[in-house]
Design a binder for this molecule. Structure first.
Ligand SMILES: [Zn+2]
Ligand SMILES: [Zn+2]
Length: 88
């Protein structure tokens, strides 16, 4: 309840603005719908480290680096791909 009021107050006092182009935010995000749609999704990646794969795989997989030496964490959530080489 309090959280809902805070959201309403915040939305009216500081409406969401796209951090990339300055347009009105979409769905309470600081991104507009256009910029959100343009962001490259990291849909096919190593589930442990988030390294993008060059080709799509059917099952959740590990990259060669994680297979060789497992990192100290179990899983990574990296929804946006910031590496250009994943767009092959
Ligand atoms: Zn934008
Ligand atoms: Zn990995």
């Amino acid at each position: 309840m309090v959280n809902n009021w805070l959201k309403i107050i915040q939305r009216n006092l500081i409406p969401p603005r796209c951090v990339l182009c300055g347009d009105t935010g979409f769905a309470d995000l600081d991104l507009c719908a256009g910029c959100l749609g343009d962001l490259p999704r990291n849909l096919c990646c190593c589930y442990r480290c988030g390294e993008p794969f060059a080709s799509e795989l059917a099952l959740p997989s590990l990259c060669g680096r994680c297979l060789k030496r497992s990192p100290q964490f179990d899983e990574t959530y990296a929804p946006i791909c910031t590496v250009t080489r994943c767009r092959i």
